[in-house]
Design a protein around this ligand. Sequence first.
Ligand SMILES: Cc1cc2nc3c(=O)[nH]c(=O)nc-3n(C[C@H](O)[C@H](O)[C@H](O)COP(=O)(O)O)c2cc1C
Length: 155
Amino acid sequence: MSEILVSFFSASGVTKEVANKIAEYTGGDLLEIEPVNKYTDEDLNWHDKTSRSSVEMADSAVRPAIKNEGSNISDYDTILIGFPIWWDLAPRVINTFIEENNFENKKVYVFATSGGSSITNSFNTLKNTYSNINFISAKRFTSSVSRDDVTNWII
Ligand SMILES: Cc1cc2nc3c(=O)[nH]c(=O)nc-3n(C[C@H](O)[C@H](O)[C@H](O)COP(=O)(O)O)c2cc1C
């Protein structure tokens, strides 16, 4: 099952914890999507309209630079992409990651963590933006994600 890649972005660690468990339960490899400029607490302040995350999420064209440009996803048939939901969407670094890699002939699953928002809108937005990608399904998890939650979803 090592042809599964569990790629994820996590600003404050919750999605990272979930990604680690998903990799453990699926036998997949992990790939952390890291922004060149890490998000500080100030950057993440959604109460401040001028914070970095607020500015980025208000502009669908923003593509923050990531470190793993051209990371090798070609060895994998199945790619999971995980993120924290921001403003009911995937953070813009996810768009950067998708646009810098080739997802042709890949099965793509999406997962997220959030304060409560469902994954529906962020997933539909990704599907509409990248209609050429074979998105299979999406699921929101909490940090108490169990082995059954994952294997019932993906295997
Ligand atoms: C800028 C920003 C926007 C957010 N927007 C939402 C939202 O629209 N809905 C929601 O349920 N949670 C929202 N959250 C909460 C995060 O999705 C949640 O805390 C997530 O588990 C954080 O994951 P991480 O630790 O991997 O970064 C937001 C958090 C931030 C920082």
